[in-house]
Ligand binder design. Structure first.
Ligand code: EPZ
Length: 426
């Protein structure tokens, strides 16, 4: 089993190149299903989740090949996705169970092939994560939904027609699924209470490049004029705002100074505002966002909400920051019902955290003490790595597969700016 061993106490200084965003890449990788022409995606991160989705696309008959250099010199990978021959419309349980974002193939397959059968994704560590909003939205466009043996079967033998979709609450995935589907539905679709995350805007930009007719992406109301056919395109995946935010926390916790290359401050204004309140000096530079410590570290309060408010994907990382800040902080998780599993592990490192329902109160301590800890989910594992950067002695993080789902070359990037961190094999 691989582990990360981090020896705390090193100040981080230098440049970290931010990779393409996992949560943009996953829906973007489903757009090729909408056309029989090749789609090239550049700046793809090298992550386990990308590999899992590539396996699913291969299973469906999509060929995925290394594309020639895109000339931008971006660190990410360029891949060509060719879905000219979809051989299967079934996404099997043994692939879907590894990554619930697989549900994002459902809408595009129905739009292109008239039918799709996708294993129910099931819950995950942070919550049971239903897909009812995805299914209701597809029904609003005329799809017939049947559930059988743990699979969702969606069909639209006579094609899909545009319709009114109104989400009772914001869902990133459901917005992405219906946005892709509506692009090929006959007529107009309006999506009310749509997610406004930058990943939605990036997806809309790619779809528009394929010939889709979309207005309002990034706002709460998106309108899509369906078209007969979409064509291929080349699209660069946006930088990962969650990776950038995680390293911004590392800069502040170690009282360091990091330039987060390629990061875009507009994608992460809410977390940057909290960092500034906590003691960071933030400047937007031509090639990224610079975060340096002003020498203090003050407590803060957070409530996670859909974009542009504070993102749930940065909650665990900011809890590590609060653990060593002066004073008390209160963090409320309002999106997922079980996203505090990093709390007991942070407490093993000496953090003083009490949870009361969906709120955690963190009283800053003078220092954390290294220990063996267990990663439980993707962002929780990053929270433990951040705590390890400032803990006295060695922190050993087990179950690294959680981390590898969402952070590309974490130890290389941190070591390059001064961290003492090793990946070891048991
Ligand atoms: C996306 O998940 C992200 N994943 C998550 O990031 C992120 O935490 C989440 O959006 C919120 O920002 C990807 O983009 C691949 P939702 P998604 O639908 O789309 C409930 C990470 O760490 N809900 O916006 O699944 C749901 O249970 C991951 O990178 C329903 O009830 O999130 C949750 O409580 C973790 N029914 C809330 O809505 C539905 O049909 C928001 O979920 C859909 C969602």
């Amino acid at each position: 089993m691989e582990k990360l061993v981090i020896t705390g106490g090193k100040r981080l200084e230098g440049i970290i190149e931010i990779s393409g965003a996992k949560n943009a890449a996953l829906p973007l990788m489903c757009t090729p299903l909408l056309t029989d022409e090749p789609v090239v995606l550049t700046n793809l991160p090298r992550l386990a989740d990308i590999t899992t989705l590539t396996d699913l696309l291969n299973h469906l008959g999509v060929t995925v090949t290394i594309a020639g250099g895109d000339g931008t010199g971006s660190g990410g990978r360029s891949l060509t996705f060719d879905a000219s021959n979809i051989a299967d419309t079934v996404a099997p349980y043994d692939i879907v169970r590894k990554m619930r974002a697989s549900i994002l193939v459902l809408g595009p397959l129905v739009a292109r092939m008239g039918e799709a059968t996708v294993s129910m994704p099931g819950g995950c560590a942070i919550g049971n994560r239903p897909i009812d909003l995805h299914l209701k939205a597809l029904e609003a466009l005329g799809a017939v939904i049947e559930m059988e043996d743990g699979y969702v079967r969606a069909s639209a033998p006579r094609g899909l027609t545009g319709g009114e979709v109104r989400f009772p609450f914001v869902s990133v995935g459901a917005t992405e699924n219906i946005l892709m589907t509506a692009a090929l539905a006959k007529g107009t679709t309006t999506i009310e209470n749509a997610a406004r995350e930058p990943e939605i805007t990036d997806l809309a930009k790619c779809l528009t490049g394929m010939g889709a007719r979309i207005t309002g992406a990034g706002t709460e109301t998106i309108t899509v004029e369906g078209v007969e056919k979409l064509h291929g395109t080349t699209h660069a995946v946006m930088p990962d705002r969650v990776e950038a935010g995680s390293y911004a926390v590392a800069a502040l916790m170690t009282r360091g100074d990091l330039l987060l290359k390629n990061a875009r401050s507009a994608d992460m204004q809410a977390p940057l505002d909290v960092l500034a309140e906590a003691g960071a000096i933030i400047s937007s530079e031509a090639d990224g966002v610079r975060v340096k410590s002003n020498g203090n570290l003050q407590g803060f309060n957070i409530v996670t909400q859909p974009f542009p408010a504070f993102p749930t994907d940065m909650q665990a990382q900011f809890m590590a920051l609060a653990s060593v800040a002066d004073g008390a902080s209160v963090i409320t998780e309002a999106i997922f019902e079980n996203r505090f599993m990093h709390v007991p592990e942070l407490c093993r490192l000496g953090a003083d955290i009490t949870v009361n329902g969906s709120s955690a109160t963190i009283r800053g301590v003078n220092s954390l003490k290294g220990a063996q800890v267990m990663a439980t989910d993707l962002r929780a594992s990053m929270s433990l790595a951040l705590a390890g950067l400032v803990a006295d002695g060695d922190t050993v993080i087990n179950r690294l597969y959680h981390l590898d789902r969402g952070y590309e070359r974490l130890e290389d990037k941190l070591r390059a700016v001064g961290a003492q961190i090793e990946r070891v094999n048991d």
